[in-house]
Design a protein around this ligand. Structure first.
Ligand SMILES: NC(=O)c1ccc[n+]([C@@H]2O[C@H](COP(=O)([O-])OP(=O)(O)OC[C@H]3O[C@@H](n4cnc5c(N)ncnc54)[C@H](OP(=O)(O)O)[C@@H]3O)[C@@H](O)[C@H]2O)c1
Length: 254
């Protein structure tokens, strides 16, 4: 494949299914060449086969592996050209009631959802800061705003991402690198299909990713949606603890 210009090369992790997969389809429609990563090569190859020839290239990766992450980035740049946009989307969710509290669930969610992004940033930041350009987008979640029952591990991993992005934003901006934090509510994907609890304001994946791609063009610090859920979560954030817990107590299974 021939190298393209700086404007058109993107890398999406967690691209095999769900939000990542739909993001890739939107990017390709917008004329981007996209490097796609996840662990399941078969899903990546299926996505590649569904996209116009030359628009998508497969780079299998487990984002928890720091050395492999740097190697993949180097391969992408050598094969496709300079990245303009990276979307660190790979992540997962495990519901964990207190009766099943487990350090191994915490470790595994932090490794994928948080350290997976950190590994990507360690690879990309030196390149982008040297070039004084580039756009980094990170998949957080509205679940990172406040602690919700059974989501102590997932919520903690996403809260860590939110805090990290707030800390990084001014420094990256000062060297010409854009940073966007994406905080969705519930989106219909294979991941949420497993959830047995009610999911308020659940939206189709295509609607979610269409919104993300449109908003990414303006490089805001945060893309949070759907609006009603964002306001609800922001309200919960500002409530005094007594009121907050009187609400979240109701989420407990009887
Ligand atoms: N769906 C929602 O309601 C929702 C809401 C808020 C935030 N999010 C966030 O959005 C992101 C995508 O969620 P989704 O719902 O699309 O999930 P999904 O349908 O389960 O897809 C997750 C993708 O991430 C990849 N992935 C998981 N672990 C990985 C690893 N260690 N290394 C590389 N790739 C890995 C998976 O592929 P492999 O398993 O093959 O590696 C898959 O391609 C996650 O960060 C999630 O937390 C989702």
């Amino acid at each position: 494949m021939t190298k393209k210009n700086l404007e058109q090369i993107a890398w999406v992790t967690g691209a095999g299914r769900g939000i990542g997969r739909a993001l890739v389809s939107h990017l390709v429609k917008d004329g981007w060449t996209v490097a796609i990563s996840a662990r399941t090569e078969k899903e990546l190859n299926t996505l590649k086969a569904e996209c116009p020839s030359g628009s998508v290239e497969v780079y299998p990766l487990d984002v928890t592996k720091v050395d492999a992450t740097l190697e993949v980035l180097e391969k992408i740049e050598a094969n496709l050209g300079s990245l303009r946009l990276v979307i660190f989307n790979a992540g997962t969710h495990v519901s964990m009631p207190v009766s099943a509290f487990s350090s191994s669930i915490f470790r595994s969610l932090m490794e994928t959802n948080f350290m997976g992004v950190v590994n990507g940033l360690e690879a990309v930041i030196p390149l982008f800061t040297k070039r004084q350009s580039g756009h980094i987008a990170i998949m957080g979640s509205l679940a990172g705003y406040r602690g919700l029952p059974t989501a102590s591990a997932y919520g903690a991993s996403k809260a860590a991402l939110i805090n990290m992005c707030e800390a990084l934003k001014p420094e990256l901006e000062a060297v010409g690198v854009r940073l966007t934090l994406i905080n969705p509510g519930f989106v219909e994907t294979p991941l949420t299909a497993k959830n047995e609890f009610p999911m308020p304001f659940l939206i189709p994946v295509d609607e979610a990713t269409n919104f993300i791609i449109k908003r990414l063009r303006n490089s805001p610090f945060e893309i949070a949606f759907p609006r009603q859920f964002v306001w609800l979560m922001k309200l919960l954030y500002h409530l005094p603890d007594r009121l907050f817990f009187s609400i979240t107590r109701r989420f407990l299974k009887k």
